[in-house]
Write a protein that binds this ligand. Structure first.
Ligand code: HEM
Length: 245
């Protein structure tokens, strides 16, 4: 499931990274013309629906997915470069990158809680622990555990659970971890370390219903980023993974 989630997350973020016209998404778009078509053939739609299902299976909130997006006509790895936030980003950098995609700071904080499940490779956080001075925003005990699992020279394929407390549950433990200095990535912990975003972390650590409502709203906003509905700009792929020939 880790690899599946990684692909979904990367694809979602890549979708979010490609800006463009936002229009005309709606629930039940294909229900009359072609029931089940989204789940069968269309990459962009299948990804958004599969993400919803993964979140639901992990105990997260249920939410409807707006449908009607077309698959892009271009798909290259180089299009992603510079459009995905690196784990070293601070609050202003994270906020700016999400704002460039019409997502608010609250959306960004809620979406970051997707890190309540999944893994991160040692190299994405060793800069915080493999130094003379461990990142002061990290709990020292947690830093010791991480260093034991990710010592200098560790196999680069080693990856750790991002939420060490409830790694398989989609819940608000992510925010409780941040309060304890147990955010794995700089971009996670900064949401609590920076006093401007801390009140939101505290609120969602205290109230999982409020977090779930914010997450659903943010996922809906994320799903509206870069949507293609103009047939000149997109089509429906016969095979999700391959451009139509
Ligand atoms: C806020 C900015 C974000 C940053 C800097 C960030 C960064 C990262 C990094 C560095 C990893 C580890 C990748 C690896 O080592 O293989 C990761 C994993 C993950 N991210 Fe994010 N991410 C962000 C936002 C998001 C969002 C918006 C979502 C989804 C809504 C998301 C979902 C995930 C998931 C599910 C994983 C685990 C993947 C796996 O288990 O293979 N992230 N993220």
């Amino acid at each position: 499931m880790g690899a599946g989630i990684r692909i979904l997350a990367a694809a979602l973020l890549a979708l979010a990274a490609v800006r463009g016209a936002t229009a005309q998404l709606r629930q039940g778009y294909y229900s009359a013309s072609c029931p089940n078509v989204e789940a069968i053939v269309q990459a962009a739609v299948a990804l958004t629906m599969a993400t919803r299902d993964v979140i639901g299976l992990a105990g997260g909130p249920a939410y409807p997915v707006e449908l009607g997006r077309l698959d892009g006509l271009v798909s290259t790895a180089s299009n992603v470069d510079g459009n995905l936030p690196p784990p070293s980003f601070n609050l202003d950098q994270l906020t700016a990158m999400f704002a460039a995609n019409n997502l608010s700071q609250a959306d960004m904080i809620a979406l970051s809680a997707a890190h309540t499940v999944g893994f991160a490779h040692c190299g994405t956080f060793t800069g915080r622990i493999q130094t003379a001075a461990v990142d002061p925003t990290m709990d020292p005990g947690y830093a010791s555990q991480l260093l034991a699992a990710c010592p200098a020279g560790v196999d680069p394929n080693v990856a750790l659970e991002i939420d060490p407390v409830t790694p398989h549950a989609f819940d608000n433990q992510y925010f409780i971890n941040l309060q304890k200095g147990m955010g794995l990535l700089t971009s996670d912990q900064v949401l609590y370390a920076d006093l401007r975003s801390r009140p939101t972390v505290d609120a969602w650590a205290a109230n999982s219903s409020d977090f779930e409502a914010a997450f659903v709203a943010a996922m809906t906003n994320l799903g509206r980023v870069g949507v293609k509905t103009d047939p000149a700009l997109g089509n429906i792929r016969r095979d999700c993974a391959v451009l139509n020939s």
